[in-house]
Each structure stands twice: as C-alpha cells, then as structure tokens.
Write a protein that binds this ligand. Structure first.
Ligand code: HEM
Length: 173
C-alpha cells in the first residue's frame, strides 16, 4: 500500500524524530559511560551506573522500536520498498542488530546497577568499560544509518532491478 503524500510526510516526521532521537540518546549514554569511568566522585560514579538501566528501558528501547516500526512503514508505504535498495536493506540490518544487542544488554545494565548499589563494592569494581564500548559502537552504526538515509546510494538489489524493469519473476521458456 502506497501512502498518500500527506501521510508520507507525517510518517517521515515520526521516523526521523525517533531515529535521530535514538542517536541523540546514545550520545547521552556515551557521556554517562565516560562520567562513570572518569569521575573522581564516588556518588557520581555509582549514580551513573544506577541511572543507565531505567534510562535505557524508558528511552533507548522505545526509540529503537519506534525507529524500526516507522522505518518499516516508510519502506513498505513508499516506492522505496524494503528489499529493493541496498541502503534500505543495510539500515534495516543495522537497526535490527542494534535493537537485539540493546535488548540483550539490558541484563548487563541490571547487573552493573546491582554492583553500583552495593556499598561494599569498591569503586574500581563499579567502574566498567563495557557501556562506553557499546555506546560508541551503537553511535557508529546509527551515524552510518543516517548517512545512508540522507545520501541514498544508488545500488539496487536483484529484486529491485527486476521490479523496476517490470520483468516477470520467472522468464517463460
Ligand atoms: C538507525 C536507524 C535509522 C536512522 C538513524 C534513520 C534515519 C533516517 C533519516 C534521517 C531519513 C530522512 C532522509 C531524507 O528524507 O533525506 C530516513 C528516511 C528513510 N528511512 Fe530511515 N532511519 C533508520 C532506520 C530505518 C529502517 C530500519 C528502515 C527500514 C526498515 C528505514 C527506511 C527509511 C526509508 C525508506 C526512508 C525514505 C523515506 C522517504 O523518502 O519517504 N530507516 N531515515
């Protein structure tokens, strides 16, 4: 089903807002991770790891799903299609992988918050380099997705070329 121009604009607004909002939230996580690793103040370090889990649950997870869903609408509701252009396919792949890793990482957030809440745990044990690495990788993936979205490189999949040329799926002998 192809969206009407008005609906398409509306859906695109939702898509860009959620996707680029997700990217911005990841930048905040990167900052939190750096604060957790470098702050000299014990309360601040513990606080950084304590706030990651609820913030990820309330902000990162909903934005990831919103980006994925609105991206699917944007692809299936316009002539771009889901599997016709490599740039759309790569964005789908990046988003799906990032969302799965995020969902798996929620457990790590919970464990780190548990350690941070334990007053007997030394600060060296509370500090953890993993959120910084994950946030940096996620940021890289989301920046690549944004660049793909804006530049829209030409490459088409075999399916996309067949559809464009109007050739039937199986050529008759
Ligand atoms: C990390 C996630 C994503 C980011 C940062 C992102 C970003 C963007 C941006 C900024 C645009 C606007 C580009 C423009 O109008 O010039 C856009 C458009 C688009 N996105 Fe995404 N996107 C993401 C995920 C997805 C996913 C998962 C899909 C497909 C399943 C998708 C499909 C599309 C399509 C088809 C358009 C073109 C819409 C149109 O021109 O009507 N995006 N995206």
């Amino acid at each position: 089903m192809i969206l009407t121009p008005r609906l398409r604009k509306f859906a695109l607004t939702a898509h860009v807002t959620s996707s680029v909002g997700w990217l911005g939230a990841v930048v905040v996580f990167l900052a939190l991770a750096v604060v957790g690793l470098t702050s000299q103040d014990a309360q601040t370090v513990r606080g950084a790891y304590l706030v990651m889990e609820p913030t990820a649950r309330l902000v990162l997870v909903p934005l990831a799903f919103a980006s994925l869903l609105t991206g699917l609408v944007q692809s299936l509701g316009t002539p771009w299609g889901l599997v016709r252009h490599y740039w759309v396919l790569f964005k789908l792949l990046i988003t799906v992988v990032a969302t799965i890793v995020l969902l798996m990482y929620m457990e790590t957030f919970r464990v780190m918050a548990g350690v941070a809440a334990d007053p007997s745990a030394e600060l060296g044990v509370v500090r953890n380099v993993s959120p910084m690495l994950h946030a940096a990788l996620a940021l890289l993936g989301l920046v690549v997705a944004t660049v793909l979205a804006v530049y829209k490189p030409r490459g088409m999949t075999r399916y996309g070329r067949r559809k464009r040329d109007g050739r039937p799926k199986v050529l008759q002998p």
